[in-house]
Ligand binder design. Structure first.
Ligand SMILES: [Zn+2]
Length: 276
């Protein structure tokens, strides 16, 4: 019975790590082969600590030295981890979980757009959110089911600091999602319509995200509009998703700007871009 429980626990951990990081499950299995060395530790606590440290060390060694090279075989490249060329992850955890891979076409488009934005708005950083995993088409980046081919990327809106009214490269949500530029009473309330149609997931992230930092930021509609239009003007970009009320408010006319549908999640906290 004990043996079955151990196997069951390992299967659950394998699936959770694979779901979150793609390679985490495989690293977990590799680490199990080293358990015989950890079992020499004198106490259960020490054994657990060694197992955890073993996993973390293996995970980062593989993520840093093997994954970026292997990903190239799948046509994927890593986005910048630090703020080079005006592009960076909003939260470094995106990179630690290997969720920052795109194909070369999308990376080139992102670089072009970042340069274009900085000609108009110097020192602007594009904060990227979830991109794709490094390997295999069709392997979804949970919870974004469409981010499964290296062709999709989420980026943050631009904001002003509410205190100084100056442009800032920070964002209200620490992970980029869940703090929304919501519709006013006069605007189309897509999230309300989707929720009313039974799509409970549409605003789920909004409902679990702390909103305490929202009042420290003002949505920079002008710069966000410039960014969306810069993506639309890029020949390789095929679609841009943003919530319908923001499309209307910002007067985004390009037909690449689309509504993603109620089966997705709301896009008044970030922009989704993709290439063909
Ligand atoms: Zn997306």
């Amino acid at each position: 019975m004990m043996y079955i429980l151990v196997i069951l626990r390992r299967i659950i951990i394998f699936f959770i790590l694979t779901l979150l990081t793609q390679i985490g499950g495989v690293v977990y299995l590799l680490n199990i082969f080293l358990y015989k060395y950890y079992s020499k530790a004198s106490s259960c606590f020490k054994q657990f600590t060694f197992k955890l440290l073993g996993f973390v060390t293996l995970y980062f060694l593989i993520s840093i030295f093997i994954v970026p090279h292997a990903a190239k075989q799948f046509g994927r490249v890593s986005l910048p981890i630090f703020a080079g060329d005006h592009i960076k992850p909003l939260n470094i955890i995106t990179c630690l979980l290997n969720r920052h891979y795109v194909n070369a076409t999308l990376k080139a488009s992102l670089n072009d757009v970042a340069k274009q934005i900085n000609m108009q708005y110097p020192n602007t950083v594009i904060n990227y959110l979830d991109a794709n995993f490094p390997f295999m088409d069709g392997f979804p980046l949970f919870p974004h089911l469409s981010h499964n081919d290296g062709k999709k990327l989420d980026i943050s809106f631009h904001y002003l600091d509410a205190g100084t009214k100056q442009s800032t490269n920070d964002c209200p949500s620490f992970f980029g999602y869940g703090i929304c530029e919501e519709p006013t009473g006069r605007e189309e309330n897509t999230s309300g319509i989707c929720a009313g149609s039974g799509y409970w997931q549409y605003s789920f992230i909004r409902s679990i995200t702390p909103q305490g930092n929202k009042h420290n930021f003002i949505f920079d509609g002008k710069k966000t509009k410039f960014t969306v239009n810069a993506f639309c003007e890029n020949a390789k970009i095929s679609k841009v998703f943003i919530e319908p009320h923001l499309k209307k408010r910002l007067k985004l006319m390009d037909n690449k700007v689309r509504f993603h549908g109620c089966q997705a999640v709301r896009h008044d906290d970030h922009i989704h871009v993709e290439v063909n």
